[in-house]
Design a protein around this ligand. Structure first.
Ligand SMILES: [Zn+2]
Length: 50
């Protein structure tokens, strides 16, 4: 089920890309220097790098 290459946590700066919440699958797009926020939908702190 979970084929994440990399898990990113809230507060990390994982780099530019799209990340999806591991709980509700909401997608969050970040720029190069952006910090990962909590999930805007469910406040989860764990995201999958796509
Ligand atoms: Zn979520």
């Amino acid at each position: 089920m979970n084929n994440c290459k990399r898990i990113v946590k809230t507060g990390e700066k994982p780099g530019q890309g799209t990340y999806s919440c591991t709980s509700c699958h909401t997608k969050v797009s970040l720029g190069a220097g952006d910090k990962m926020p909590p999930c805007p939908s469910c406040s989860n702190d764990s995201f999958c790098a796509e």
